[in-house]
Design a protein around this ligand. Structure first.
Ligand code: C6P
Length: 425
């Protein structure tokens, strides 16, 4: 779905060519063309990713790093090629600093369990922010509980940004765990600055990059972080895939978090020793097809988004992000014409995520009415209940844009919201 207005957006950016890569965009939902605005939950997958994943099963299906036979060698090579693609994409120094996980949640749990054992003792502090996803709150709550440490909060402002004047660093702070981009507000956080401050104090830094990886040029060495977690499925890759990047020296010191096959060097009934990186953190058979698909997703993004080749040192400069920003500006302007509508999250630096509430309209009702028109948005607390409490709302309606969305789709959503408001109020 695109209109004349999209030709303005298109300048040097061929949204129709990008849309043609996504088979699902041809689907009708409730008899209407699909308008998919739930990309922050999971993005749609281009044909190349779907093909890469199924080609593994159709032609080289075997376990990795375990056999001398040809299929196992081919599967291992394909998986390790994906690791190298990801290494380059995030500018990690070594491929063994890229650990495959099942997603951001698994990556942060690994970090919290392992760093908790390595670093935390009674009275120590872990700092997170008030806009974190539950995946970057609960694992730290657990680690603090187990080791007698305390969780401290960076408060957030009414525009949905960190209040940098109130960062609660102290001489007891051991870990800083923060999101690069808020899934609910879209805020792009100044992670590099805060990491630099933390490093001066010897604090280990963990970044939740779930919502950054599909939109920003993530350069882990430039950010200076110790650990960086993201999910493959939010960056056009398969579900059940993710990465935890870790700085080599820290990963060497961290204990494993799961025991099992492939993460060991030797096992006797008395004692085991650990495999080298990254395998120490990759117990059991990985999601091989998914990892191969994730490698293809990253290559696909790089092919279609030339600016991902690090054209700019600034964060928000990918061609996809620039396109999504135009959609965000258009959506913000049009939605604000609706009486009683309030945008939650008005930071200066945002990715293409817009959350809103409307007086007298429940988000679930609105989401259901939009769905009847083929428009997929997310409603509810978006796994950020403390953030909802901060804004004094039970939930929001959230539209999150991707590279294949159009101005015409935004207009369809705005029309749908207007119709919904007329019916529900
Ligand atoms: N947010 C959303 O609709 P997983 O589920 O492990 O792939 O990602 C967890 C996660 C962690 N951090 C942030 C900032 C996230 O946005 C998410 C996932 C989805 O906003 C599903 S709740």
């Amino acid at each position: 779905m695109s209109t004349k207005a999209d030709t303005v957006v298109k300048k040097g950016y061929n949204v129709e060519e990008i849309r043609a890569q996504f088979p699902i965009l041809k689907e009708l939902v409730n008899g209407k063309p699909l308008v998919y605005f739930d990309n922050a939950a999971t993005s749609q997958k281009p044909r190349r990713v779907i093909k890469a994943e199924s080609a593994y099963y159709a032609t080289i299906n075997a376990n990795v790093h375990r056999g001398v036979h040809t299929l196992s060698t081919k599967a291992t090579e394909a998986q390790e090629a994906a690791r190298e693609t990801i290494r380059k994409h995030i500018n990690a120094k070594h491929a063994h600093e890229v650990i495959f996980t099942s997603g951001t949640t698994a990556g942060i749990n690994l970090a919290a369990m392992s760093l908790g054992q390595l670093l935390l003792k009674k009275g120590d502090e872990v700092v997170i922010s008030g806009m974190e996803h539950h995946s970057n709150i609960v694992p730290w709550q657990l680690a603090c509980e187990w080791h007698g440490a305390k969780l401290k909060l960076i408060p957030i402002t009414d525009s949905g940004e960190w209040d940098l004047k109130q960062v609660p660093f102290s001489d007891k702070t051991r870990i800083l765990a923060i999101s690069h981009v808020s899934n609910t507000l879209g805020t792009i956080n100044p992670v590099k600055e805060l990491i630099a401050e933390a490093r001066k104090r010897g604090i280990i830094t963990v970044v939740d990059g779930a919502q950054a990886i599909a939109h920003l040029n993530v350069d882990v060495q430039d950010l200076g972080c110790d650990l960086y977690a993201f999910s493959g499925h939010k960056a056009y890759g398969p579900t059940g895939t993710g990465v935890l990047y870790g700085r080599e020296e820290l990963l060497e010191r961290m204990p494993p978090w799961q025991g099992g096959g492939e993460m060991i060097d030797t096992v006797t009934l008395e004692k085991s020793t650990w495999a080298r990186l990254p395998f120490k953190f990759e117990a059991g058979t990985p999601h091989i097809a998914g990892i191969i698909g994730l490698g293809e997703a990253i290559r696909w993004m790089e092919d279609y988004d030339f600016a991902f080749a690090k054209a700019s040192a600034e964060q928000c400069k990918s061609a996809f992000a620039a396109h999504e920003h135009l959609l965000l500006e258009h959506a913000s302007k049009e939605l604000l014409t609706i009486d009683g509508l309030r945008i939650i999250g008005t930071a200066k630096e945002k990715v293409g995520v817009i959350s809103f509430v409307i007086d007298g309209v429940h988000h679930y009702d609105l989401g259901t009415l939009l769905d009847q028109q083929g428009i997929a948005v997310r409603t509810g607390h978006h796994c950020t209940q403390p953030l909802m409490d901060h804004f004094g709302v039970s939930g929001t309606t959230r539209a999150s844009f991707a590279c294949f969305n159009t101005i015409a789709e935004v207009d369809a959503m705005v029309d749908g919201v207007k119709k919904g408001v007329n019916m529900l109020r």
